[in-house]
Design a protein. Structure first.
Length: 323
């Protein structure tokens, strides 16, 4: 995960939404409460539009459209556009049509409930329908999802929501803002002196504590986003199988990757998170793919070996230079 490190000149608050930990940090402590109210409203709107676990969400309503084009809200249309862009940019390794595969492995509700569930699952290799089967007309806001295709925006929606929130809050407040949603971190506005100090690590740990195990590093971020994905988080055991939430669209099953975590910095958190997920799915050679894209990245192998791309961490400090 990616963990913002405390600094003396900022104020922070932490709570839960979208099934994960929300952390907001601002450079003007007097504006923390007002920014947090705006953030809470924004995340409630994102949840109502994009949640796979709410029967009343806009995303869930697409399940019953049977291939008919339907008009969706501008918010969901934007979220879908981000997901489809991520699929194209990652050669289809990050694919929003894995919804049925996620349900098949038992991830069909909030993760705290998934962990407590003991219903048996049957693992079957089945390729995802593919992102190209989904049609989005941005001009009209119409979306066409083929019958039987279920969408999952888990690989992009939180990072996109963090990007959108950070930009909105920085513009409204005039101060520097950091928004972290489960480690998907976006920053906007004037950063603190020395940049936003963010710790990347293998295991979840409170901001005040360095992790007791596993390698970690602290980097400075001045703009853009930073994300970490891994197979060690959001995992559960069912029917004798160790499962996790990173699904390979080519098989519909949890990916078996040589990497346990991947951290990437990019001009947006959405791009960073798509790249981390893609690297886990691509497996061996992912560091070369990230290098060709000019992305600062840090990959931790299953044995703890750390591999970085040439631009890590020097380019992290100035993400405006990253495509």
């Amino acid at each position: 995960m990616s963990t913002p490190v405390k600094t003396r000149t900022t104020a922070a608050t932490e709570w839960r939404a979208l099934g994960t930990t929300v952390r907001l940090v601002v450079t003007d402590p007097a504006l923390l409460d007002s920014c947090n109210l705006l953030l809470a409203r924004h995340l409630a709107e994102v949840d109502a539009a994009c949640s796979r676990f709410r029967a009343d969400s806009e995303l869930a309503a697409l399940d019953g459209t049977a291939g008919r084009p339907v008009r969706v809200s501008p918010l969901l249309a934007e979220a879908l556009a981000v997901a489809l862009h991520a699929a194209e940019a990652t050669d289809g390794t990050v694919d929003p049509t894995v919804g049925s595969a996620m349900e098949a492995i038992g991830y069909d509700r909030d993760f705290t409930l998934v962990q407590e569930d003991d219903r048996p699952v049957r693992l079957t290799v089945r390729r995802a329908p593919g992102w190209r089967t989904v049609r989005l007309d941005r001009a009209s806001g119409a979306v066409t999802v083929p019958a039987g295709v279920r969408l999952d925006l888990g690989a992009t929606a939180k990072a996109w929501a963090a990007d959108k929130a950070a930009a909105m809050l920085a513009e409204a407040s005039g101060c520097g803002v950091l928004v972290s949603l489960g480690g998907d971190t976006a920053v906007a506005g004037e950063p603190p002196a020395g940049g936003w100090q963010i710790r990347v690590q293998d295991v979840t740990a409170p901001v005040e504590e360095t992790p007791a195990q596993g390698p970690y590093a602290t980097v400075g971020l001045r703009s853009g986003g930073l994300a970490t994905s891994g197979t060690g988080a959001r995992n559960w055991r069912r029917s004798g199988h160790d499962l996790h939430h990173i699904v390979d669209p080519r098989t519909g099953l949890p990916v078996r990757s040589p990497w346990r975590t991947v951290s990437v910095a990019a001009s947006t958190c959405a791009d960073a998170n798509a790249a981390t997920t893609a690297a886990l799915v691509k497996g061996a050679g992912a560091e070369r793919w990230l290098t060709r894209r000019g992305l600062p990245a840090r990959l931790v192998a299953q044995d703890g070996t750390v591999v970085t791309t040439p631009s890590w961490p020097t380019a992290v400090a100035d993400m405006e230079a990253v495509a």
